[in-house]
Design a protein around this ligand. Structure first.
Ligand SMILES: [Fe+2]
Ligand SMILES: [Fe+2]
Length: 144
């Protein structure tokens, strides 16, 4: 039985995140926007945590991912989480127009982060992880 490559699983998660963020964009200006943002934020946080612990860390230990690349990817996670938090706090403060003003910035950061991961990280996932870290990542990424 053939298994999907880890890179394919990661890309699939990215498209799921895109769909959640798309639902948020579609809800901008409506009462459900804060909830859609929370859906994306929850999923993004769990995705980023799996990446950091089960992909970046073992790839960096194996010398496949450079320290500079690892820091850049981690920093992008921080920036995306921060923009989500700021947006959520604007909704909480009853100022949805301020959250809406941040949505384009957030969309661009998510897209460029995913592009970087798909070009830099995906090839490493399929060739640079040993069998044990690969199995640990697969277990997490497959169950969400
Ligand atoms: Fe990421
Ligand atoms: Fe990712």
């Amino acid at each position: 039985m053939s298994e999907d490559a880890l890179s394919a699983l990661l890309v699939r998660e990215h498209r799921e995140l895109d769909a959640l963020f798309g639902a948020y964009l579609a809800a901008l200006g409506s009462p459900g926007a804060a909830e859609r943002l929370a859906d994306f934020d929850r999923r993004f946080r769990s995705h980023a945590e799996v990446e950091e612990t089960r992909a970046f860390a073992p790839l960096a230990s194996a010398g496949s991912l450079s320290p500079a690349a690892e820091s850049a990817l981690r920093l992008e996670h921080v920036q995306i989480r921060e923009l989500c938090s700021i947006s959520a706090s604007r909704y909480g403060a009853g100022r949805p127009e301020e959250a809406r003003a941040l949505a384009g910035n957030l969309a661009r950061r998510i897209a460029s982060h995913q592009e970087r991961e798909e070009s830099l990280l995906c090839p490493l996932l399929d060739s640079g992880l040993g069998p044990e870290p690969a199995a640990l990542l697969r277990a997490k990424i497959s169950t969400g």
